[in-house]
Design a protein around this ligand. Structure first.
Ligand code: AMP
Length: 291
């Protein structure tokens, strides 16, 4: 702790709640700069740049991290094939408002002797957690914790494109009392509806139609809900048919609670449609609120 400065005099030495601790932390903070962080794995596209622009609007400093985090990949081939375009990324990030880029090596993040894990229970277990392996969200939780703590971030920006990741990070930030506001921003899409993803670059020319079936299946579910349908089993069956007809290999299509990612039997306010499918060599995910 710091020595008692003017702001500290007359206040009790002992605080017993996290919110009191935060108040003290705020009172003794010397620099008044707000710091926002945007964690990425690089290969930046408009989805990432939207996060950086939002961070630049709300903060004095914007730290963008570029780190292809090996601990969140369950598939070594996927890790190897992940696009790496650092020089271009640095330029794009700066033009969008980044004031600092953090581009660590794997050895910098996980030096010899590293032995700590961060596991978020419950919300991380199904869907992405089940299909990519339990270690996926452990890797995400670990690297996000390290980044937010290292940066001392006031706020952190994530894309709703990875909706379950947002839910895991919100749970993590709440459970560990991280002093960082978590903001999720809407999915940025191509004009035809395909959610932007660094992985889209690996789609073959004939794969576009199949890739579009993800967003179309979600739109179909939204339309059915708008017309009064509430039965999630029926909605999922209808949506799956769209993917199958387009030749996409479904990993899951479900309707879930947006905070817990537990499946819902009936569509209620906030219900989220989520989908993962393979198209050619590429694994794609998408989601949309249905009500
Ligand atoms: P990634 O580099 O894939 O780890 O993504 C870094 C951040 O950008 C994550 O918070 C993603 O959810 C977000 N992101 C990726 N694609 C999009 C998109 N199409 N729209 C909005 N945010 C996105």
């Amino acid at each position: 702790m710091t020595e008692n400065g003017p702001a500290e005099r007359g206040r009790s030495l002992v605080v017993r709640t996290v919110s009191e601790l935060r108040e003290r932390r705020a009172a003794i903070r010397r620099a008044e700069h707000r710091v926002g962080v945007v964690p990425t794995m690089g290969a930046l596209h408009e989805g990432h740049l939207a996060l950086i622009r939002a961070a630049a609007e709300e903060n004095d400093e914007v730290v963008v991290s570029i780190f292809v985090n090996p601990t969140q990949f369950n598939d070594a081939a996927d890790l190897d094939a992940y696009p790496r375009t650092e020089d271009r990324d640095v330029e794009l990030a700066q033009a969008a408002g980044a004031t600092l880029l953090f581009v660590p090596s794997a050895a910098e993040m996980y030096p010899v002797g590293f032995a700590t894990s961060v596991h978020v229970g419950g919300v991380s277990e199904r869907w992405e957690g089940a299909t990519r392996g339990a270690s996926h969200f452990d890797g995400v939780a670990l690297v996000v914790t390290k980044l937010l703590v290292s940066v001392g971030a006031d706020s952190a920006y994530f894309g709703q494109k990875d909706a379950q990741q947002v839910a895991v990070v919100r749970r993590l930030a709440a459970d560990l009392n991280l002093p960082t506001t978590i903001t999720a921003l809407p999915t940025v899409r191509d004009v035809d509806g395909l959610a932007l993803s660094s992985r889209n670059a690996r789609l073959g020319t004939g794969d576009r139609e199949a890739a579009l079936s993800l967003s179309r299946s979600l739109q179909r579910a939204r339309d059915l809900v708008a017309a009064g349908e509430r039965d999630t089993a029926l909605l999922a069956a209808e949506a799956r048919r769209i993917l199958q007809d387009a030749g996409a290999a479904i990993e899951y299509w479900a309707i879930v609670d947006p905070a817990t990612f537990e499946p819902l039997a009936e569509v209620v306010a906030g219900a989220l449609g989520i989908v993962a499918a393979r198209v050619g060599p590429v694994r794609l995910i998408d989601n949309a609120p249905l009500a």
